[in-house]
Design a binder for this molecule. Structure first.
Ligand SMILES: C[S@@+](CC[C@H](N)C(=O)[O-])C[C@H]1O[C@@H](n2cnc3c(N)ncnc32)[C@H](O)[C@@H]1O
Length: 288
């Protein structure tokens, strides 16, 4: 079994400046924000004054939690990755709408799609603000994006406009991931690429429960039936779960006995400190 640590130092629009004392300090575009990260139990490197430069900080105090604005930071601001533009926001639950380490998967998706001359169909489950969907569409794929949250889909459409990709074939579907995939099988539809990045717990639009430990194997089984005979990839990302990437390998192998599986961790390297990294989750990549 191949285990990899995929690491990134960010890009011109994103940097991990420091981490420690249960927090991470990041730059998204021109704004610096500090937010909790339960993993970062080590010591920060930068002096307090540098952390004090943050334009906003996510704080939990007296049972309340939320963003505290310190600088002139707007409600939403543009961030770019190569030709794709999208919005960062100070959103609830310390979210910003961007998982920066995912750019390592965006590159994988674009490379795979570019390797195929004919048009491919890509399904993005738990697609959130849709950056992976925009990357796939920008490289010529017909994309089906599924998420259970109306506000996430609205944000994804906003990002589509910002990236001037309105003319690209993207279906924005508000639905429960498991229900949608089961329906696609009944319809006889197939995809060359499948992306999924499920939370540990979640709910579909009609309260359908998503519990990773119970629902994930079932969804992988269903997705294995959706992959076309000319499949390109099945990309899985998971975060905030206590399982190892080996779990992803074993579940995939249960339903995809053929093909190559690469698994491992995604990590962000800190600016000016090549040694220190922040792990952000685990991944699996199945290819034929
Ligand atoms: C954190 S996000 C995934 C991040 C995303 N893949 C990315 O790279 O930006 C998890 C998403 O799963 C969605 N979700 C939770 N439960 C769901 C369900 N049962 N069906 C579909 N989407 C669900 C949430 O609305 C949220 O947008």
């Amino acid at each position: 079994m191949q285990m990899t640590i995929l690491q990134t130092s960010g890009w011109d629009n994103y940097e991990l400046l420091d981490s420690g004392n249960g927090y991470r300090l990041e730059r998204f575009g021109k704004y610096q924000i500090a937010k909790p990260d339960p993993q970062a139990i080590w010591l920060p490197r930068l002096p307090k004054s540098d952390w004090g430069e943050a334009d906003a900080i996510f704080e939990k105090k007296d049972g309340k939690e939320g963003w505290i604005k310190k600088g002139e930071i707007p409600e939403k601001w543009e961030v770019t990755y190569k030709d794709i533009k999208f919005f960062a926001k100070l959103a609830p639950f310390k979210h910003t709408g961007i998982f920066p380490e995912q750019h390592l998967n965006w590159d994988f998706i674009s490379e795979k799609i570019s390797s195929r001359k004919e048009s491919v169909a890509v399904l993005n489950l738990f697609g959130y603000t849709g950056i992976a969907s925009l990357v796939a569409a920008a490289f010529g794929a017909k994309v089906t994006h599924v998420d259970a949250s109306k506000s996430s889909i609205a944000w994804a459409r906003d990002n589509q406009m910002a990236s001037h990709l309105e003319d690209r074939p993207i279906r924005w579907i508000l639905d429960d991931a498991v229900k949608f995939v089961a329906r696609e099988i009944r319809r006889g539809n197939h995809y060359e690429g499948i992306i999924m990045d499920p939370p540990i717990y979640g709910h579909g639009p009609h309260g359908e429960l998503w519990d990773f430990s119970k629902s994930f194997p079932e969804l992988v089984k269903l997705c294995s039936e959706l992959l076309s005979s000319k499949s390109l990839f099945f990309l899985i990302n998971a975060y905030a779960i206590s399982s190892s990437a080996i779990m992803l390998h074993n579940v995939l192998r249960d339903y995809l006995p053929n093909g190559n599986i690469e698994v491992g961790e995604l990590a962000i390297k800190e600016k000016n400190n090549s040694e220190r990294m922040l792990s952000t989750g685990i991944f699996a990549r199945w290819t034929l």
